[in-house]
Design a protein around this ligand. Sequence first.
Ligand code: MTE
Length: 331
Amino acid sequence: MLIKTQRDGFIHPASSEITPQLVYQGRREMMKLMATGAAGAAMASWAGRQALAQAARPGKGTAINTVKSAVPGAITMDKVTEYKDASTYNNFYEFGTDKADPAKNAHTLKTTPWTVEVDGLVKKPAKYTLEDLMKLSAQEERIYRLRCVEGWSMVVPWVGYSLSKLLEKVEPLPNAKYVEFITQADPKTMPFVGSRVLDWPYAEGLRIDEAMHPLTLLAFGMYGETLPNQNGAPVRLVVPWKYGFKSAKTLVRIRFTDKEPKTAWNKAAANEYGFYSNVNPDVDHPRWSQSTERRIGEDGLFAKKRKTLMFNGYEPQVGQLYAGMDLKKNF
Ligand code: MTE
């Protein structure tokens, strides 16, 4: 049974739903998080026992040291998706259009050396090496839901820090209104770059207040380790209240502009993928409904679909960004 608390408006799972999350949490000493989070101390001791009883190991990435996130809404209590599912069911069109393609093909991605340029309407444009970028702020662990416009979702413990920490460094100019995210497009290492399915490079955009929102994450890892290539190594965005396609992978450039940037999916089909792309169960995709979703790992003939939540459940944190906007028109 799902319980909605008054305190934060979030849907918290019953304890019976939490066990697999704790398998992961045990390895990451997540008891500390639990003890200070919504679940409270009583559950933490129960959680600790569960966690010690079972151990989980994700991929072969390098472990990243993390601190507990203090950002409201950054820890979702939903059951965490199994690592093997989150890393084998992917959208990463540079490596193919089938969900299994990125895990099969992304080994050719070359992630070192890597730089990210931050420029456009800023006082202090700069180019960061990945190492500098990773050191810019403490790495936080955040458990976010990510919902894809295709009607599936997952819950992933991401590692990174608020993108705002980087954006503030370059001192945006007063006329900067939007932020464009440009990703790697190297046909030598990304076999589907050049295919006609999208305009390359894959690009995304946010309004500046969306980009600066503390929940917008610059992610370097997941499940306590560096990102596997198929999930967007070495650095990607995670914007939890928007459809997954806003969360651009393999970032190479972040550019401040005064005009709404063109985005890859909007260019491909403007009537299907708007600029805002907020998760909104009331706005159907022209070819299918957005009112429910299938949680990856909960497949099976009798698996019930979940009701999709406005802003993917992050309404208490981000709803005010869109006050007064017609979210059917601005889909
Ligand atoms: N970023 C790049 N560079 N290329 C892509 O094809 N796909 C997007 C987004 N970021 C995509 C991308 C889409 S459609 C989704 S749903 C998410 O990545 C999927 O992220 P995941 O594979 O880590 O779940």
